[in-house]
Design a protein around this ligand. Structure first.
Ligand code: NOJ
Length: 567
């Protein structure tokens, strides 16, 4: 590879599209999305202009956490199809020039994985130490850690009178990465998939694999029953040894892309993860995903989050990794609310808002990830009753909220804001039965707004969000400044407009994004306004935009503009 090529590996120029297979497209009419469904939409994705698909887990799984609980890494979940269908999908994607990355879930398995079944069978099982077992303290759990999905991070097993650790659901026991055989077995499995010809991995929950030595109780000043346990297992000392070994034994041998789900990694530490000698090509950081969390965590909605905070977080990552690493850019995924409902306006200005948010994140430095439905401006959903929800985390929350005496309506409202099922309702393909997702009642209800938010309508409408995404993707591809240009934030204190530039030796891009429902004036620095030839490349309103003048610009509600300034 030439030096130039190394500077610009394919994954830096790629746009990724994330598929949540259960909710994307049902090919066999059983109400659950599947591999044939994805196959049938490859041309749609090609037309959108994306380069890579990340498919959330499709491995065999009892489905406690929708596939993130794997019982066989080398088999396909029956509901999703067969390994032959997977191979066909891979081949057909490649034929269209689309790469596929898989979700790699190696912090935990399902409790129905043969390793765990063997491990739990007796204290002397050769697989006992594949997982983390401890005796309790009297009637209490081995320590006070809380599971990320609520409740204790330990589950008692009366067969051997010990507890096993599960940072996520009780059906997701944590693997013991300190055991060399576990690591070897995982590497074999990873190489098996890479030898098949997939193009990389999104690596799930990877910062949790190394637990704090001796698993101590965490400080508990508020005398809670269980304590949020991040400090016990997130990015703990020693993790890099395991990650580097993982890299050496697997990823390093292939021309692939990898993105680590790296909760808890700071900018200062990011170089270890994504720098020149890093383990991943990029990582997902989640600081901007907690901006509306109150002191009580994700269910404690904080309405007064500020645009200046969002700017500060995103800009710190942009500048922090510039020339040192690479960002993964995203506003949505299957674990968080829909961005248009969360950050902008999903009512009157939904269309403008969705386009504005697309402009904001897709032009930063890094590889953009579009989550299914984001490209048509899908919104959060408000189901009327608890029974309509499917997510294990939401169900646990309802259980705990009830036990703590929270009114059911209040719990529902928290879920309307932050629940993961907001992003998991079926993809809205058309205004027909079940939004064209399936011919059978889907596993989770379709968002009732599908008659006016769907792909078919937007394909035909030149002014649609979908067509705006296509233009934006093309613009990124046509201008190398989008990949290489440095990022600079303008107007850091402005609470209504997010403005930034991307600068290369040839061109400056100026990106203006209004987060206001009212028209608002933006005063730009003189050096940008002094250039007479600012060419408007894209705007989320039809027709002419008001020109940039020495006085600045007046942006319409949720307006976004991209200018090119060539010196
Ligand atoms: C992160 C995944 O994105 C989420 O959906 C899952 O529940 C947890 N990891 C556990 O695997």
């Amino acid at each position: 590879m030439s030096e130039m090529k190394q500077e610009r590996p394919w994954w830096k120029e790629s746009v990724v599209y994330q598929i949540y297979p259960r909710s994307f497209m049902d090919g066999n009419g059983d109400g659950v999305g599947d591999l044939p469904g994805i196959l049938s939409k490859l041309d749609y994705l090609k037309d959108l202009g994306i380069d890579v698909i990340w498919i959330c887990p499709v491995y065999r799984s009892p489905n406690d956490d929708n596939g993130y609980d794997i019982s066989d890494y080398c088999a396909i979940q029956e509901e999703f199809g067969t390994m032959e269908q997977f191979d066909e999908l891979l081949q057909e994607a490649h034929r269209r020039g689309i790469r596929i990355i898989m979700d790699l879930v190696i912090n935990h398995t399902s409790d129905e994985h043969p390793w765990f079944i063997e491990s739990r069978s007796s204290k002397t099982s050769p697989k006992r130490d594949y997982y983390i077992w401890r005796t309790g303290r009297g009637d209490a759990e081995p320590n006070n850690w809380e599971s990320i999905f609520g409740g204790s991070a330990w589950e008692y097993d009366d067969r051997t009178d010990e507890y096993y650790m599960h940072l996520f659901s009780v059906k997701q026991p944590d693997l013991n990465w300190d055991h060399p055989e576990v690591r070897t077995k995982l590497y074999e499995m990873i190489n098996w998939w890479l030898d098949k010809g997939i193009d990389g991995f999104r690596v799930d929950a990877i910062t949790h694999i190394k637990k704090l030595a001796l698993l101590p109780d965490l400080p508990n000043p508020e005398k809670k029953r269980y304590v949020a346990s991040w400090d016990g297992h997130r990015n703990r000392e020693g993790i890099l040894d395991y990650l580097r070994e993982l890299y050496r034994e697997t990823f390093a041998k292939y021309d692939i892309m990898t993105v680590g789900e790296a909760n808890g990694v700071s900018i200062a530490q990011a170089e270890d993860y994504v720098g020149r000698h890093g383990v991943f090509n990029m990582i997902f950081q989640f600081e901007h995903m907690t901006i509306d969390h109150g002191p009580g965590g994700k269910w404690d909605y904080r309405a007064d989050w500020k645009l200046s905070e969002l700017k500060a977080i995103l800009s710190a990552w942009q500048k922090g990794l510039e020339g040192r690493g690479w960002n993964a850019l995203f506003l949505e995924n299957h674990d968080v609310p829909r961005s248009v409902s969360r950050f902008a306006d999903d009512g009157r200005y939904r269309i403008e808002s969705a386009k504005m948010l697309a402009t904001l994140f897709m032009l930063m430095q890094g590889t953009p990830y579009i989550y299914q439905g984001q490209e048509i401006g899908m919104t959060n959903v408000k189901f009327e009753s608890e029974e309509q929800y499917r997510d294990v985390e939401i169900k646990n929350y309802f259980g705990e909220a009830g036990a703590n005496g929270l009114e059911p309506q209040k719990a529902l409202e928290a879920v309307y804001r932050q629940g993961r099922d907001n992003a998991r309702t079926p993809m809205q393909w058309n205004d027909g039965l079940y939004a064209g997702f399936s011919s059978h009642e889907p596993w989770i209800q379709v968002n009732p707004n599908y008659p006016h938010i769907h792909v078919a309508g937007q394909l035909e409408d030149p002014g649609s969000i979908l067509n705006y995404y296509k233009r934006l993707i093309r613009l990124r591809k046509d201008r190398s400044v989008c990949i290489d240009g440095s990022y600079d934030l303008l107007l850091p204190e402005d609470e209504r407009v997010y403005a930034y530039t991307r600068t290369s030796s040839e061109e400056v891009l100026l990106v203006l994004c209004s987060f206001s429902q009212e028209p608002c004036k933006v005063q730009l620095p003189e050096h940008l306004l002094a250039v007479p030839a600012a060419e408007l490349l894209l705007c989320n309103y039809d027709g002419d935009a008001e020109p940039l003048t020495a006085e600045g610009a007046v942006l319409r509600p949720y307006e976004a503009r991209i200018y090119s300034i060539r010196s």
